[in-house]
Design a protein around this ligand. Structure first.
Ligand code: 2NE
Length: 358
């Protein structure tokens, strides 16, 4: 079965199961056409490092005469080679059971929710392990970008595992009911490195919110998005609602939550929920290209930009995050160190040599 036929089958099954009409099925059929909307594969070229590359976006980087412009010559094309993943089976004393954690030498960490039999629904243990992995990726100076994904092709994440939901939250082996996914959302948002959601199949319920709080989302053409909470007696009135409204607008956010419909990848792209849609069999390759492009850029620029974009939404907590970056940069400066040095030497600081810039 070709990739296009597989996409059509997945979508048709979904639409048939949800009782959609013929026009909806026709739209699924259209979706079976190549949906690589951002980057069409072009002929291969050699990068500055000599790696063979294909699929680099050419048009914006060419001069009027069609030759590569200086931006393109300096920054070059990005490798589409597979990543060499090294698995991290445990963190400290803790064995990972619900999550697969991998790193590549080039500085990408990949965190995979590994409960495919449940469409990668999360239980408290899953969230705990995700949190450990994100924490490790944050603290590892070799990691520059983090990918969050789900095992298999059928789901990124289907939200909270309803089979362990009790009164007050999702119940772990300790018998305590928790909504610790909310802490994970904050952790992803505050993480000072880009986090990319790599979505194949369903991203629904709390799984949909996880992709929304990631910085970027690369969707496969079989991806399906939506909030199911109002159908199963749940909702997220935090980022799940307010950040969604920033992404898709107030009317669409109310539609998504009030009707609890599901949306295909093209619809998600149209409403600004995802950055690009690629063929399922190109999902990891294309995600790696985006990660590699970010890895080439200034980590401090990306870090401060993330904090600034958060601050515009996050009120005082956002300003605190952005302010923390200013303090970190100040600690690196001679002026900042003069204050510390003077204190240690029990003398008055001499800030006279530092200019008051306009
Ligand atoms: C995801 C979806 C649409 C997939 O449908 P389909 O037909 O592809 O698979 P199926 O057969 O429904 O699922 C396969 C197996 O996975 C389990 C199913 O029960 C089934 O198990 P078996 O029958 O094979 O034993 N499964 C899937 N999702 C599960 C889940 N979330 N919890 C427990 N088991 C799950 C379809 O499966 C679906 O609609 N799933 C439910 C989505 C959902 O409502 N999630 C919770 C939303 S609330 C939430 O996540 C949340 C929140 O709103 C706020 C704060 C925190 C969490």
């Amino acid at each position: 079965m070709s990739a296009a036929q597989r996409r059509l089958q997945v979508l048709s099954n979904h639409l048939l199961a949800s009782g959609e009409d013929a026009s909806a099925r026709a739209s699924a059929s259209r979706l079976a056409e190549p949906l690589w909307l951002e980057r069409q594969a072009t002929s291969g070229s050699a990068s500055s490092s000599g790696a063979r590359v294909t699929g680099a976006k050419q048009e914006p980087y060419s001069s009027a005469d069609g030759k590569p412009n200086s931006y393109s010559r300096v920054h070059g094309a990005v490798s589409r080679a597979p990543a060499m993943w090294r698995r991290v089976a445990s963190l400290g004393k803790e064995e990972l059971t619900d999550v697969i954690y991998e790193k590549s030498e080039e500085g990408i960490a990949k965190i995979t929710i590994n409960r495919p039999d449940k469409r990668n629904a999360f239980r408290p243990q899953t969230i705990q392990e995700l949190s450990w992995c994100f924490s490790d990726a944050r603290d590892d100076p070799r990691v520059g970008v983090i990918v969050l994904t789900g095992a298999g092709e059928l789901a990124f994440c289907s939200g909270g595992d309803q089979s362990v939901r009790g009164k007050g939250g999702y119940v772990g082996e300790d018998g305590i009911a928790r909504l610790n996914v909310l802490d994970l959302q904050v952790q992803i948002r505050r993480l000072p490195k880009p986090v990319v959601a790599m979505v194949a199949g369903y991203a629904v319920g709390g799984g949909h919110i996880l992709h929304m709080v990631c910085d970027l989302t690369i969707a496969a053409d079989n991806a399906i998005f939506g909030q199911t909470g109002p159908k199963v007696g749940s909702f997220d009135a935090g980022y799940g609602s307010t950040h969604m409204a920033r992404l898709v607008g107030q009317k669409k956010a109310r539609e998504m939550w009030f009707l609890a419909r599901l949306y295909d990848a093209r619809e998600a792209l149209d409403m600004g929920l995802v950055n690009t849609v690629v063929p399922l069999d190109q999902l990891e390759t294309e995600t790696l290209v985006w990660c590699r492009e970010m890895l080439r850029n200034s980590p401090t620029a990306l870090r401060v930009l993330k904090a600034a974009l958060n601050a515009a939404e996050d009120g005082q907590a956002g300003i605190q995050e952005l302010g923390g970056n200013a303090t970190m940069l100040f600690y690196h400066s001679e002026e900042g160190n003069e204050g510390r040095q003077a204190y240690m030497e029990k003398r008055a600081p001499d800030f006279s040599k530092f200019k008051r810039l306009p």
